[in-house]
Design a protein. Structure first.
Length: 154
């Protein structure tokens, strides 16, 4: 780090340590204000009461939390880089064999090469016969055989 900043490195490190020390030792007084107590302010307010905002954790707990947070940030960055690399490696699939050029009229009429299909024999239409008309029959309208009564003889 000292090589990157040259002559300014010692003064930069000293300034950063001074800021961190001041922030760690400075205690803030926070006031809870408003009719329901839903507003917070650093300046005293009417009918406001001071609340304790000091961090109850020990310095070891704070250091462990910062260490865990840094590890999670590194892992998130690593996973994001892996995802980006995977996305770059994937090529979108493209349709193969689609040609957007217009076909010439000759190509449009030519069928597949191969064995020609045999022509179906044409039925000769009977011009004298009329086509049969469709007649719909509802349920129960058909003829049914009548059952003989059980006691009757046929």
């Amino acid at each position: 780090m000292a090589a990157a900043f040259g002559v300014f490195a010692p003064s930069l490190i000293g300034a950063l340590l001074g800021v961190f020390c001041l922030c760690a030792t400075a205690t803030q007084t926070v006031y809870r204000c408003g009719p329901q107590g839903n507003e917070y302010s650093q300046t005293p307010c009417q009918s406001g009461r001071a609340i304790d905002v000091a961090d109850p954790r020990s310095t070891a707990q704070i250091a462990e939390a910062r260490k865990t947070s840094a590890a999670q940030s590194r892992l998130a960055l690593q996973l994001a880089n892996e995802r980006r690399a995977n996305e770059r490696a994937l090529r979108p699939s493209v349709a193969g064999g689609i040609d957007f050029r217009r076909a010439s009229p000759l190509q449009a009429t030519v069928s597949k090469p191969g064995k020609p299909k045999a022509a179906k024999p044409q039925r000769q239409a009977d011009t004298a016969a009329k086509p049969k008309e469709f007649v719909a029959i509802g349920p129960g309208s058909g003829k049914k055989k009548k059952k003989a009564p059980s006691g009757a003889q046929v």
